[in-house]
Design a protein around this ligand. Structure first.
Ligand SMILES: CC(C)(COP(=O)(O)OP(=O)(O)OC[C@H]1O[C@@H](n2cnc3c(N)ncnc32)[C@H](O)[C@@H]1OP(=O)(O)O)[C@@H](O)C(=O)NCCC(=O)NCCS
Length: 171
């Protein structure tokens, strides 16, 4: 199902690409729960890229250049040393609902790991305690629970710290 998708870095000169990614995230369950605004999230992503983060986008081939960036179907926002200044941190990943369950998240996660394989000793991410589906997705790909941060981003929601050691491909 992912044959028609290709990965690339976000085009930092095209604000509509940040907005499109931010819309995908803000319309998801986590976006609703955290009350992300698409414009606010887009601005944070852009500032992150300017400070050295990567936003990898998955887009449908053949539709490149659409003004509204609607060809972008998912993204991974990566801070290469975001965990304690030493290990790669997957800050946010989201896939358009029309494509969920078809492998787009898997290829974005693999690209995060490929791009940061020489940094630190583990890959890291946080998953909200209500987001069971995402936690299962990460476990399947070799991530293990390593800690719990109560009330970390918002009051009443805990964040599960997950780590993946090099060479652990799950299963
Ligand atoms: C988590 C997410 C990025 C995975 O991307 P994806 O393209 O659906 O993932 P894949 O197709 O590669 O893998 C599918 C697996 O993801 C998991 N999954 C997580 N959330 C899912 C969802 N909302 N719908 C379908 N599958 C989901 C399931 O375990 C699924 O396994 P299954 O196909 O055997 O049921 C995506 O579902 C998403 O955007 N969720 C909303 C945003 C979010 O919660 N991001 C994580 C923040 S920590």
């Amino acid at each position: 199902m992912t044959e028609g998708l290709k990965l690339r870095d976000i085009d930092a000169q095209r604000p509509q690409e940040f907005l499109r990614c931010a819309e995908i995230a803000s319309e998801s369950e986590i976006g609703k729960r955290y009350g992300f605004s698409a414009a606010g999230l887009a601005a944070k992503m852009k500032a992150g890229v300017e400070a050295g983060a990567m936003v990898i986008v998955a887009e449908t081939e053949g539709d490149e250049g659409l003004i509204d960036a609607g060809h972008i179907k998912g993204f991974a926002w990566v801070d290469p040393k975001g965990a304690f200044g030493s290990s790669p941190y997957l800050k946010l990943i989201a896939v358009d609902p029309s494509l969920r369950g078809s492998g787009a998240g898997t290829i974005l996660l693999a690209e995060f790991e490929r791009r940061t394989a020489s940094i630190g000793r583990v890959w890291t991410l946080l998953v909200s305690d209500f987001n069971d589906k995402a936690a299962v997705f990460y476990q399947r790909h070799g991530y293990e629970r390593a800690g719990f941060l109560p009330d970390f981003a918002i009051q009443g929601v805990g964040e599960i710290l997950m780590l993946k050691r090099r060479g652990n491909d799950g299963g």
